[in-house]
Design a protein around this ligand. Structure first.
Ligand SMILES: C[S@@+](CC[C@H](N)C(=O)[O-])C[C@H]1O[C@@H](n2cnc3c(N)ncnc32)[C@H](O)[C@@H]1O
Length: 402
């Protein structure tokens, strides 16, 4: 099994359970936050529906158990010198911290980073919730922390005295009242960031790197993390990698990378994003193709898969609401996708109305199977209304890809 510079599509737990111990240098995760939200964005480029489900039918303990299985595997996969960054927020952060202390050992807890930002709304009933939390653990006491690669400018203007040395270099000076010892901090040497980060902005609507993936994190955040806790040539692992921010930053910083996401849409998006930073032909293993796996996909993922497999374009929201899910590649004939068996006469009838509404005489329907009535209705629509509707099965779509 290839263990670097590839993407795996599927549940990260199942994947992690198959691989050997101790080969990862750095693991960053930004998992679902137990926020009970359903993020779904339909893109104005009409190409993709990108979504991420963060809903838990059980309670917080169910979520923590779910996470515990995964963090247990991450701990196993890390090298003894490896580091683990867990990105979370107020929803479940405290529960996750206690659980990670158990797995990593409380002595291997290194930091609780408070990443502050401004975007998003505020309630009038409490203080603004404007930070995420990133817990940092190491597998042992023998870990990397590359202070010279992450220094930030030291700002003059604090309570410390400012002075210049014989060579003209400016420094800040502080005297320890108890011991009388003098500490000098040269401005041009910068400083190690503290554990509250105010200097990394969340992606706003206008941000150039924004791809529209609802929970996309800024590259500058990953840059600090990867520089601090890995070296060139190391392997950086993100088993909840979304639109691939960790992977592209790792690539840019000359690290190897390995990504997993359960969403085929996210995996394909990552592949395109990596291609833009010069990594052509990235392999994605595990994309669902088997009929049962296709049946189990979420409806929008299924829709993306069908339209993508036909080389078509997804509809914008307005057309989708009118019963057209996408358009074929060359002719731009409307496509309607149904994730069901035995699609019948009534559905064909509705699609005829949708075709007439957009002034088209040809269209494609895709479902797992059709009733006799559906085929009869297609024949009737042709004879009486001159409409040419093709009923394609999912098996036929799949066959085109093999
Ligand atoms: C918060 S997003 C990560 C965003 C990412 N940091 C970025 O910058 O794009 C969490 C991701 O975890 C994925 N995910 C959820 N459960 C998963 C599982 N069991 N295995 C693999 N990926 C999963 C979701 O599909 C989603 O893309």
């Amino acid at each position: 099994m290839k263990l670097q510079n590839v993407i795996y599509c599927g549940d990260n737990l199942a994947w992690m359970r198959q691989v050997p111990d101790g080969f990862i240098d750095l693991c960053y995760i930004d998992p679902p936050f137990f926020s009970n939200k359903h993020y779904e964005v339909i893109f104005n480029d009409g190409e993709e529906i990108r979504s991420f489900e963060d809903r838990w039918k059980g309670n917080i303990y169910h979520y923590i158990e779910w996470m515990k299985d995964r963090i247990f595997e991450i701990h196993r996969l890390l090298k003894d010198t490896g580091s683990f960054y867990l990105h979370c927020d107020w929803h479940a952060g405290h529960y996750l911290k206690v659980m990670c202390d158990e797995i990593f050992g409380i002595n291997n807890f290194q930091n609780e980073i408070i990443w502050c930002y401004q975007i998003g709304g505020k309630s009038k009933r409490r203080f603004g919730r404007k930070h995420d939390t990133i817990f940092i653990y190491t597998k042992s006491d023998n870990y990397f922390f590359n202070i010279n690669d992450i220094k930030i400018p030291r700002k003059p203007g604090t309570h410390m005295k400012i002075a210049k040395d014989a060579n003209g270099r400016i420094y800040q000076e502080k005297t320890d009242r108890k011991t009388g010892k003098i500490y000098k901090y040269y401005i041009d040497e910068g400083k190690i960031p503290d554990d509250f980060w105010l200097d990394i902005q969340q992606l706003n609507r206008e941000a150039r790197e924004r791809l529209g993936y609802p929970t996309q994190k800024p590259e500058s955040l990953l840059e600090r993390i990867i520089k601090a806790s890995s070296n060139e040539g190391d392997l950086v692992f993100d088993p909840f990698c979304g639109c691939g921010t960790t992977l592209v930053v790792a690539q840019r910083l000359k690290r190897n990378w390995l990504g997993i996401d359960v969403s085929p849409t996210a995996c394909k998006l990552m592949k395109r994003r990596l291609a833009k930073v010069g990594v052509a032909g990235v392999e994605i293993f595990g994309l669902p193709l088997d009929i049962n796996e296709l049946k189990a996909l979420k409806p929008f993922e299924f829709q993306n898969w069908v339209i993508g497999s036909l080389g078509g374009t997804l509809s914008d929201k307005k057309s989708a609401d009118m019963g057209i899910d996408g358009y074929s590649f060359m002719e731009r004939d409307p496509i309607q996708v149904k994730q069901q068996e035995h699609m019948g006469r009534v559905e064909v009838d509705k699609f005829e109305t949708a075709l007439r509404r957009v002034g088209k005489s040809k269209g494609i329907m895709v479902a797992f199977s059709y009733t006799k009535g559906a085929y009869e209705e297609v024949a009737r629509a042709k004879d009486h209304n001159g409409l040419e509707i093709t009923l394609m099965t999912v098996a036929q779509v799949r066959q085109q890809l093999l």
